[in-house]
Design a protein around this ligand. Structure first.
Ligand SMILES: [Zn+2]
Ligand SMILES: [Zn+2]
Length: 365
């Protein structure tokens, strides 16, 4: 398997970000990101203008974030070459979507796109001009996944007058863990159907006047690119700079995200490259996103293996509950019962790596 590390959910000048795609891509390449996913609000202009390509070492992939003005939901769309919904100009000059969340989520699925609910439980109220956009359309069963970790939301939600200067000067230090409510919801929904997770930065590089003294760029793109990343595992190699196969590579990455052959890393606490969580059962190997069907007639033992690139506290989570914990460079667990399993790696009180699930079931669909 080949592993690639990406930064997802980025705003450029094509919506409310302050950076040009060239600047953003240059910053990404300098910190060795294999891919970045632009998600400007309700627009694919970056793609239309030819920015979906290799920039040095980094693939720039263009998706979009639906900003539906009716009920204020945000939804990340990938792998779809068209905008969904009836778009009209909003008060701030951006385009808006007139469909309800249930409608556009269903439409995106029907057309073969991949969709992730953005910042599902966002609560921030620190900036009236940047209100919270929590998800309200949980009745929908058509979304592929949930953004369980959003740098921007976590950072803003923890902001107060006492820590403001520290948090502005050190935007990466204050990030602790994926949103608890989002993780809980993600595990819950997985009891019914497979829903995968991504981590993102929601980068804008807003310019902000701090304490009235000077204007600073809040979270320059390059700084954020060192924080929350999503790594994908692919069966085929991506050749750097190969624009002829760009479309295939993009599809492989987007499909890995849909499938959950991926894990989330806070790179500020260490490179996650090399993390693996896989199962062995009846002579076959199963990876992130896979489902194991236990054959009762065979009664073979399922074995879970986990490896991490440096020592960490490893938690085996089954259906939302931690059932085993071990500190080290890896672990092996056997006699695995049916359920949905994932791994959390912690460094002290800080979350480092969160994997997607391996599903174990004793009934064939
Ligand atoms: Zn958003
Ligand atoms: Zn956003």
């Amino acid at each position: 398997m080949y592993e690639y590390s990406g930064a997802i959910h980025i705003h450029s000048k094509f919506s409310d970000g302050t950076g040009s795609v060239d600047e953003i891509a240059k910053a990404a390449s300098e910190v060795n990101l294999d891919f970045i996913m632009l998600t400007d609000h309700n627009t694919l202009l970056a793609k239309d203008e030819g920015y979906e390509k290799w920039f040095d070492k980094t693939m720039v992939i263009v998706g979009y974030e639906i900003n539906d003005t009716n009920n204020k939901n945000h939804y990340l769309v990938m792998g779809l070459e068209e905008l969904i919904g009836t778009f009209r100009v909003l008060y701030n000059g951006e385009l808006g979507c007139n469909l309800t969340a249930e409608e556009y989520v269903a439409e995106i699925k029907k057309k073969g796109g991949v969709g992730f609910i953005a910042h599902p439980f966002e609560k921030r109220n620190q900036y009236p001009e940047h209100p919270a956009y929590p998800w309200t359309a949980w009745k929908s069963k058509d979304f592929d996944g949930i953004e369980i970790w959003n740098h921007m939301s976590e950072w803003v939600e923890g902001l107060n007058d006492d820590n403001k200067v520290q948090r502005f000067l050190h935007p990466l230090k204050s990030i602790v863990a994926p949103d608890k409510e989002a993780v809980k919801k993600w595990d819950e929904i997985n009891k019914d159907r497979k829903v995968t997770a991504i981590g993102s930065i929601d980068a804008h590089a807003h310019k902000q006047n701090l304490m009235g003294f000077y204007t600073i760029e809040v979270f320059p793109y390059k700084v954020l690119f060192k924080s929350i990343r999503t790594h994908v595992l692919l069966n085929e190699e991506i050749k750097k700079g190969d624009n002829a196969n760009f479309g295939k590579y993009k599809k492989d990455i987007v499909e890995a995200l849909r499938y959950g052959k991926s894990f989330i890393v806070n790179s500020y606490y260490g490179d996650g490259k090399g993390f693996r969580f896989f199962a062995e059962y009846d002579g076959a190997t199963y990876n992130l996103g896979d489902e194991i069907h236990i054959d009762k007639k065979k009664s073979k033992n399922i074995i879970f293996n986990v490896y991490v690139p440096k020592e960490a506290k490893l938690k085996l989570i089954k259906d939302g509950k931690c059932i085993e914990e071990h500190t080290g460079l890896g672990s092996v667990w056997d006699e695995i019962e049916p359920g949905n399993y994932r791994i959390e790696c912690w460094l002290g009180e800080k979350a480092w790596i969160f994997s997607n699930h391996i599903r174990v079931t004793d009934k064939r669909k």
